[in-house]
Design a protein around this ligand. Sequence first.
Ligand SMILES: C[S@@+](CC[C@H](N)C(=O)[O-])C[C@H]1O[C@@H](n2cnc3c(N)ncnc32)[C@H](O)[C@@H]1O
Length: 244
Amino acid sequence: MIDKLRDIYDPDFVREVFDRCSGKYIAFSLICSFGFTERWRRQCVEALPTPAGKAPTGYDLMAGTGEVWPHLLRRFPQIDAITAVDISPGMHRRALDRLHAMRAHRIRFIEDDLFASRLPPESADFIVSTFGLKTFNSDQHRRLAKLIAQVLKPGGVFSMIEASDPKGWWLRPVYRLHLLVVLPLIERLFLRGAQDFTMIGAYTSNFSDASGLARMLEEAGLEVSYRRFFFGCATAVSGRRPLA
Ligand SMILES: C[S@@+](CC[C@H](N)C(=O)[O-])C[C@H]1O[C@@H](n2cnc3c(N)ncnc32)[C@H](O)[C@@H]1O
């Protein structure tokens, strides 16, 4: 059961949620989004400007089970290494299970809270993140924006996407019903565990969209494009750190 007294944005709380859902995360996210999560990961990678250099290296923040890597390596086969950062040992283990020989040598891991992980300044040609924004509150988003500006090399590029609240869309009530009622029901009836996927619905609903993060990234000195996908059911920010 969800402990109502705990801060749902406390990294320890978030780690426990994802550790518990790690076993079923891939199937649940694919089936319950009707395949949209895969499509949005691909679109996030399409929005990433081409990283500079012959063998770029970078980070997949809040990498989870590494679902974005096939898209990233297909579009940019020149990528030399992706460092995955994730706080959850469960998700990390699943990511390791899913590595196959073809890409294992290009993936490295940091299993830690992003904000404690001390990523070296100017160490990334690119940064991606898919569905890792919702478990942060707005203070954490501000820290994330500063971190990205610091960790990117001058000219470095980024793209991040998150499921969002499609405000103004006439089918929004159906979307919210799916997120806040149907998914928790599926979890209760079929998964019979803690209400972890229910929490993901709550995080998504609180997140609203990536427009606030877009402003913070700009304030941190980055060039930013903001995009909405499928009537705003997902929103993305992408761009680069200016050269000078
Ligand atoms: C919804 S999953 C997304 C996973 C994957 N990127 C995808 O496309 O499915 C969010 C991930 O963010 C990780 N996460 C949440 N807070 C974090 C933090 N403070 N530091 C590092 N990882 C974090 C969770 O452990 C989880 O694996």
